[in-house]
Write a protein that binds this ligand. Structure first.
Ligand SMILES: Cc1cc2nc3c(=O)[nH]c(=O)nc-3n(C[C@H](O)[C@H](O)[C@H](O)COP(=O)(O)OP(=O)(O)OC[C@H]3O[C@@H](n4cnc5c(N)ncnc54)[C@H](O)[C@@H]3O)c2cc1C
Length: 466
């Protein structure tokens, strides 16, 4: 429990109106996008600038108070749960887009900018920021950087780390550092920028980022391929890429999710399909037309039972809206959802899909899936109920087997959601102990008092979070 005098100090530093301790507020900030974790902080604060934030970190470091950075709270690994209590440091009031530099195709933004707001502003200049996590209505730039988020467009364009050129970061000890810069190339000693990216808020607080942008493509086209067998859908991903096309997006949606989307918001998706793949190509219109033809040919040749080309932008937007709805529809009627984001070398996607189906049968569980198939990424979601001990136990065993399968097929247990609290147990089984030791040394160097989002990625305590 934080002392009253510390609350007064925080009020002095960030302003009384930006410090919250009411039970309602503490409860609100005890959650994130996971359905399995909750823990209340002692206080929630909203700093307005870097200087104040630095003072907060100096105070917290001196008093050894845990600090959990938080953006939109949309992560699905428990990353922004204040599991050790202390301070939730919410970046959402640091939300200015400071500069859009069209000539250099760059933007400078504060960490609390919501991705959707940035997307809309950039579009006015004919620009875009490619990483597009499907939570972009709520996810912030700081959270996206901390998780190295991916999304459908990352197949062609790459993930967040490929679009962060520079950052201002507040270290756990309160120092303000600037990493990287505003150039495309930068080889000045160790690449500390990329140690902070994907560090899940455990090494420092990102306050500002210089982002690389792209020009909005003049044309784009969407294709939906419908499959009677989900494994064939998985195989089609590689077949299309082998044909020489790199689509912007290849997304996978299985039968259960298709039906849940249709119940939530009818889009006319094929409810009897075992799975669909959604493809998008973008670029010069002639290239887009040709690439679309190739995708259609390949899908027909390799087992799609139906291929639909979106006839208008409106229809294409409907297909993509359906994909977004799918990410939320999974949570609709289920108390607890274990959403994973295993990622394998693309050619192994079919065996991963097959294994998930086998595990669903073996454990008699609903294991449903969608994912950024073009990246070899799958989000198998296990529907369970944490209050039903036996069912939940079965679900975690199945999840363990999915992780083992991903590793067996040459993949990783997280492609984009991070480890947080949710996957610690599994990380310990898959990480090289020497690599973990190096990570721990980096953590101790930057955060000697272990105040920055403690207990995340791995646990230092004798009694780790479950
Ligand atoms: C419906 C849905 C769809 C999703 N789709 C995708 C997807 O397609 N791709 C994908 O990658 N993810 C996806 N996610 C997961 C999630 O949205 C991303 O991880 C996102 O990047 C989190 O951003 P946020 O601002 O909500 O961060 P939060 O959830 O607030 O925090 C995430 C982590 O980042 C840390 N953090 C936050 N801000 C900062 C900061 N300024 N400095 C340092 N650390 C910070 C937190 O401590 C925490 O560890 C989805 C989630 C949902 C609910």
């Amino acid at each position: 429990m934080i002392k009253e005098s510390i609350i007064v100090d925080l009020q002095r530093i960030v302003g009384k109106e930006n410090v919250f301790t009411s039970p309602e507020c503490l409860k609100t900030y005890s959650y994130d996008g996971t359905t399995t974790w909750t823990h209340k902080p002692d206080v929630v604060i909203f700093p307005l600038n870097t200087k104040a934030l630095s003072q907060v970190m100096k105070l917290s470091n001196r008093e050894k108070i845990a600090v959990t950075p938080r953006g939109g709270g949309t992560n699905v690994s428990g990353g922004s749960i204040p599991i050790s209590g202390g301070i939730v440091l919410c970046l959402s009031k640091m939300d200015r887009i400071t500069k859009i530099d069209k000539e250099n195709m760059m933007a400078t933004v504060e960490a609390g900018v919501v991705l959707q707001d940035l997307v809309l502003e950039l579009a006015k200049e004919g620009l875009f920021f490619p990483p597009d996590p499907q939570s972009y209505y709520g996810a912030t730039i700081g959270g996206i950087i901390a998780e190295n988020a991916g999304g459908p467009s990352c197949l062609k364009y790459g993930v967040t780390k490929q679009y962060v050129l520079g950052m201002e970061v507040i270290l756990p000890t309160g120092e303000i550092i600037n990493l990287g810069g505003r150039t495309l190339n930068n080889v000045i000693g160790y690449d500390l920028l990329h140690i902070i990216i994907s560090s899940e808020g455990t090494l420092g607080v990102v306050t500002r980022a210089d982002l690389r942008l792209m020009l909005l493509p003049p044309a784009r086209k969407t294709v939906m391929a419908v499959y009677g067998d989900a494994v064939i859908a998985g195989e089609n991903v590689s077949r299309v890429l082998e044909a020489g096309v790199i689509p912007t997006k290849i997304e996978y949606i299985d039968n259960w999710v298709i039906n849940k989307i249709e119940e939530t918001m009818p889009f006319g998706l094929p409810r009897d399909a075992d799975a669909v793949l959604l493809f998008e190509t973008d670029g010069a219109s002639e290239a887009v037309e040709r690439e679309t033809e190739i995708i259609v040919e390949v899908a027909r040749k390799h087992g799609a039972k139906e291929v639909r080309i979106a006839e208008s932008i409106n229809e294409a937007n409907q297909f993509w809206m359906a994909r977004r709805v799918g990410a939320s529809a999974i949570y609709r009627d289920t108390k607890t959802v274990l959403v994973e984001d295993v990622t394998v070398p693309r050619g192994n996607l079919p065996v991963l899909i097959k294994r998930c189906k086998e595990l669903a049968k073996k454990y008699n569980l609903e294991i449903v899936a969608l994912g950024h198939a073009g990246d070899g990424n799958l989000h198998p979601a296990i529907l369970t109920d944490i209050t039903d001990v036996n069912h939940y136990q079965k679900a975690t065993e199945a999840m363990d087997e999915i992780f083992q399968a991903a590793v067996e097929f040459g993949g990783v247990i997280s492609g984009e959601h991070g480890i947080g609290l949710e996957k610690q147990k599994f990380l310990m089984k898959t990480i090289d102990p020497t690599v973990l030791t190096i990570m721990k040394k980096i953590k101790t160097l930057l955060d000697p008092n272990n105040i920055m989002n403690p207990e995340k990625i791995w646990s230092e305590s004798d009694k780790p979070p479950r």
